[in-house]
Design a protein around this ligand. Structure first.
Ligand code: ZN
Length: 68
């Protein structure tokens, strides 16, 4: 599965705040994600992130080619 910054993902385990959707803020060796409900930030290694993701809710389309 491929992830981009800005994707909204659903995790297998919800956040204690009651939300279970997260925005991807950083990809790479480590992923940084933000709880879209309370804004809590979490950093976790890629393998753990990939195991924890249930599905992608919203996929961003890369604008690399068109951005100025
Ligand atoms: Zn939360």
């Amino acid at each position: 599965m491929f992830f981009s910054v800005g994707d909204i993902v659903q995790m297998k385990k919800g956040h204690p705040c009651g939300g279970n959707t997260w925005e991807v803020l950083r990809t790479g060796m480590d992923f940084r994600i933000k709880c879209t409900t309370c804004g809590h930030l979490v950093m976790l290694p890629r393998p753990k992130f990939e195991k924890s993701v249930k599905k992608i809710i919203e996929k961003v389309i890369s604008l690399d080619e068109t951005e100025n």
